[in-house]
Structures are given as structure tokens and as C-alpha cells.
Ligand binder design. Structure first.
Ligand SMILES: Cc1cc2nc3c(=O)[nH]c(=O)nc-3n(C[C@H](O)[C@H](O)[C@H](O)COP(=O)(O)OP(=O)(O)OC[C@H]3O[C@@H](n4cnc5c(N)ncnc54)[C@H](O)[C@@H]3O)c2cc1C
Length: 475
């Protein structure tokens, strides 16, 4: 492939990592990005004289290939952060990861006893259907703890009942965690083998998550690669046969031929433009995405709470998470005295909330922020909204029946690879998307045969705090 050309759709972590790796291997790359900056959902933006991410973006990976790239780009310009996060539920703050005494105090003796009984009950009479999120979590934590610590947050995030949510979401994110393991960890610690959900240290670049991708873009340019911003790809035209080349079409109607195309554009947009058979189109249209509304609030001075972010489980508040950028690293505040909070709201395209104007959303978020008692009344000086369409692939029950045929159709396309959170419909973190980019590049440049669809599914994602510390921690 050394003398050949590769087009990459999307300059998020997946697409840029693929471009970076290919350029390093001497392959000619051209990146087409719809937006006006690089980094995708992991970009960092300037706001009120400070820097903010699009919601909390901690970096964590136990994969040496990912960490090597991340470290090579950042050098010394990052810190290891002690995680400080809590759950807010009905006016009570619980430490998260859960700590035994704190949880007991927050729940109260009666509720704690009920929760334990409910856990023991499910150990004796487990829920039969573990294919749903509700069944999967209930069997590991009991019904009462499921309701307090999982149900309301998950239903806010996904906008569907936990009975309609596939257990894949839990299996991927909570993995083998159970009440037993959580309590054991809370009381005894876990040596070096702490569970992924309980990891209490993470890496963060001094100038925000997005600086990694800004640096990556710079290096790609230095190696002769091209990144075209404000340049959305309208459709991909598959290669008509083996040993032929795929093309992509731009807004101005021009088409461009490449030896290989790597796409990280949303899977549905790719399939719609490819002239796929009707049944594949019908399956692809069943794959839903959730949108995120980020309401940023500028608060007068410093807020007293120390958390990097707080999960809002209280059903009476619509927000699901509040991030306080002041509590990450000092540099992102750029010496400014104010605090910037980010309140997250999740919606579907058809929800009224998604279409509300900025002033309405800021007013609503301000009211909710005051109701948490985290900040003094009248301390909000300004607000603004960032809309993130298609920010979460929704693992609703039955989604695998739709994704399977679409995956098989896309995998059969000659010289086209599909990667990334939306591109492959995987609930990826940055590191999963970076890994997909690395492996896609190896397939093309080194003739490897990695199954890109298996990343973040079967791939054993070894995230122990010990490995992470060894890989990335500063001495
Ligand atoms: C609120 C929130 C919090 C998160 N927190 C974390 C966290 O703590 N840690 C973590 O590691 N990850 C976190 N993530 C996930 C992280 O943002 C993603 O995993 C990562 O950005 C995915 O990278 P990607 O390249 O696959 O996709 P994206 O980041 O979505 O990049 C895709 C790019 O493709 C472009 N594109 C789309 N269509 C076209 C087209 N037709 N033509 C050209 N370009 C196109 C888009 O503009 C975008 O730039 C979070 C995500 C959200 C929404």
C-alpha cells in the first residue's frame, strides 16, 4: 500500500489515529472532516477565556499500543488525576466508586438492610431474563440497589426503560462487577486488580482532552497528510468488484477515487449513501442514536464542590451529569476566576427538548443547578449550549439482530473499513476508537487481518489500575 492513497472520513479519535498511523508508515492520507475542527466529540473548545471539553473526557487505557501514541504526542503535558466523583440521589451525595461506610450512611440503616435483603433474594431467586439491562444488573446488585444506583440514570441517558435496554451496555461497561466485588473493593481495596468501573485515577492533558488530536493533526500534516475541514462526505460509492477502487462523493457533487476508504461517519449515513439493498437499509434505520445537549454555565468565582463530575440519579432533575472543569487541571482555567459547569441532557431527534432554543435551555439548567444546592443562588453569570447529535449508539433490546446484517454487508465491501463510535455503532471511549484506527491502519499498510468489528465486543479490554499505572503513570 505504500504508494497508494487512503481517504479517511472523520477527524475524531478513530479517523485521526488511522491517518496518523498510516502516515507514519508512509501511506498517503487525506482526511475529510465535516466540522471546523479536529477531535470529534473529544475536542476541546475555548469558552469565556477558558478551555472546556464536551462533557467529562477522562483518558484511560490498558492497551500499550494506544498509550504509546498518546504519550508520544503529549510528552509531559498531562497529569494523573485522583478521581473525585459522586452520585446525587434525592438530595444525598454518595461517593462513586461506592465506599461502604459512605453508602451505608447515605442509604440509612433501614434502606441498607432492605437493599441487602433484596440482594440476597435475587441470589436465591435470580431474574430469568438476563438479556435486558434491568435483569443483568438486578441479578448482580438486587432490585433495590438497581433502582437507586442504575435505573434512573440509565433511563435518563438512554430514554427507554431498562427493560428495553440490552444487557450489552452493562456487560461492556460494568463487566463482571457485582455488589460483592464493589463491597470487597470498598472495604479491603483490590490490590492491583481493581475493576474497570472502580478505577480511581485517570490521565488528563493539561490543555484538555482535545489537545491530543490537535497534536495528531499537526503531525499528520508534517508527514505529508492532508486534513480538509468543513468538508463533509455525502456518500461512499463501493468498489464495483475485487481489485477495483471505492469512491467518495463531496457536497459539491465531485467524486474522488482512493485505493482504500476508512469511514468513521455514522453507520446509518454510510449505509444510506451506498446504495445498499432494501433489507440492509431497513436494518440500519433501526439502529438509533441518542443526542446530547451540553449546557455550559459560567459561575461567579469558584464553586465549593471538589468533584470532577457528579452523576445525577435523582429522577426529579432532568440533567444526568454535572462536570466542573475547575476540578480537573489548573491550566484549563487559563487563570480565570470563574467556574464553568457543564450540565448534560440527553434526547432523541424527535424530542421537544432537542429543539428548544438556547435561552430556554440555559434557564432550565440554571434552575436545576440551583436545586442541587451545589452553588449559591444568583451565581450563574452566563450560559451557552452545544448540541451533539448522534453521541451515543443505543443498545436497545434486539439491536444485535439489526446490527448483524449491517455489519456483514459492510464487512463484505472491498477496500472500505468502518471504524469509530458511530462508524461501527460501538459504545466506544476514546481509546477504543484509537485502537480501531491503529488496527485499520495495520490491515491496510501491513496486510494484517484484524477483525475491526470485534473491538470493544469480544476483545478483552484489560483495564487494571496496575497496567494503567505501569503504562502511563508519571513517576
Ligand atoms: C458526553 C460524553 C462524554 C464522554 N466521556 C468520555 C470519557 O470520559 N472518556 C473517553 O475516553 N471517552 C468519552 N466519550 C467518548 C468519546 O467522545 C468518543 O469515544 C470518541 O470521541 C469517539 O471517537 P470517534 O472518532 O469514533 O468518533 P467522533 O468523535 O464522533 O468523530 C467522528 C468525526 O467524524 C466527523 N463526521 C461525521 N460524519 C461525517 C461526514 N459525513 N463527513 C466527514 N466527517 C464526518 C464528525 O464531525 C467527527 O469529527 C464521551 C462522549 C460523550 C458524548
Amino acid at each position: 500500500m505504500k504508494n497508494k492513497s487512503v481517504a479517511i472520513i472523520g477527524a475524531g479519535p478513530a479517523g485521526l489515529t488511522a491517518a496518523y498511523e498510516l502516515a507514519r508508515k508512509g501511506v498517503s492520507v487525506k482526511v475529510f472532516e465535516a466540522g471546523d475542527s479536529v477531535g470529534g466529540m473529544s475536542r476541546t473548545i475555548p469558552l469565556w477565556g477558558q478551555l472546556v471539553d464536551l462533557g467529562p473526557h477522562r483518558f484511560f487505557s490498558g492497551d500499550p499500543r494506544v498509550n504509546t501514541i498518546w504519550l508520544a504526542l503529549l510528552g509531559d503535558e498531562y497529569s494523573m488525576i485522583d478521581r473525585m466523583t459522586r452520585i446525587y440521589y434525592r438530595k444525598v451525595f454518595f461517593d462513586y466508586p461506592l465506599k461502604a461506610m459512605n453508602a451505608l450512611k447515605g442509604l440509612g440503616l433501614m434502606e441498607a438492610a432492605h437493599s441487602l435483603l433484596s440482594y440476597l433474594k435475587v441470589r436465591i431467586f435470580p431474574v430469568k431474563d438476563e438479556s435486558t439491562f434491568e435483569g443483568w444488573v438486578t441479578n448482580r446488585f438486587g432490585k433495590r440497589l438497581f433502582t437507586i444506583f442504575f435505573k434512573s440514570y440509565s433511563e435518563k441517558l438512554w430514554g427507554i426503560s431498562c427493560k428495553e435496554l440490552d444487557s450489552d451496555f452493562a456487560a461492556q461497561r460494568i463487566k463482571k462487577l457485582s455488589l460483592f466485588e464493589a463491597v470487597k473493593s470498598a472495604i479491603f481495596g483490590m490490590g492491583g486488580s481493581k475493576h474497570k468501573s472502580l478505577i480511581d485515577e485517570f490521565a488528563f492533558p493539561h490543555l484538555g482532552a482535545g489537545v491530543v488530536y490537535e497534536k495528531m493533526a499537526e503531525k499528520i500534516g508534517q508527514m505529508g497528510g492532508e486534513i480538509l475541514l468543513d468538508c463533509p462526505v455525502i456518500s461512499i460509492h463501493p468498489a464495483p468488484g475485487a481489485d477495483t477502487q471505492p469512491r467518495l462523493e463531496l457536497e459539491d457533487g465531485t467524486t474522488h477515487t482512493f485505493d482504500h476508504i476508512i469511514s468513521s461517519m455514522p453507520i446509518i449515513d454510510a449505509v444510506e449513501g451506498m446504495g445498499a439493498p432494501d433489507d440492509i437499509l431497513a436494518h440500519a434505520r433501526q439502529l438509533r442514536f441518542r443526542n446530547t445537549l451540553l449546557v455550559f454555565l459560567r459561575i461567579d468565582g469558584a464553586c465549593s464542590f471538589q468533584d470532577q463530575w457528579i452523576y445525577v440519579h435523582s429522577p426529579d432533575l432532568e440533567t444526568g451529569r454535572i462536570t466542573n472543569f475547575r476540578n480537573w487541571v489548573p491550566d484549563i482555567n487559563q487563570g480565570q476566576p470563574d467556574t464553568i459547569l457543564c450540565m448534560e441532557y440527553w434526547c432523541y431527534d424527535e424530542d421537544d427538548r432537542w429543539h428548544e432554543d438556547e435561552a430556554t435551555l440555559v434557564k432550565m439548567a440554571t434552575g436545576e443547578a440551583y436545586r442541587t444546592s451545589l452553588l449559591p443562588i444568583d451565581s450563574v453569570k452566563a450560559g451557552c449550549v452545544v448540541r451533539m447529535p448522534k453521541s451515543y449508539p443505543v443498545y436497545s433490546t434486539g439491536y444485535r439482530g439489526h446490527l448483524g446484517p449491517v455489519e456483514r454487508y459492510l464487512a463484505a465491501q472491498e477496500n472500505i473499513s468502518f471504524i469509530g463510535r458511530n462508524g461501527a455503532f460501538k459504545y466506544n471511549n476514546q481509546d477504543h476508537s484509537m485502537l480501531m484506527g491503529i488496527l485499520a491502519a495495520e490491515n491496510i499498510a501491513d496486510g494484517e487481518h484484524h477483525d475491526l468489528w470485534a473491538i470493544n465486543t469480544d476483545y478483552e479490554y484489560q483495564e487494571s489500575s496496575e497496567k494503567m499505572a505501569a503504562a502511563i503513570s508519571k513517576g
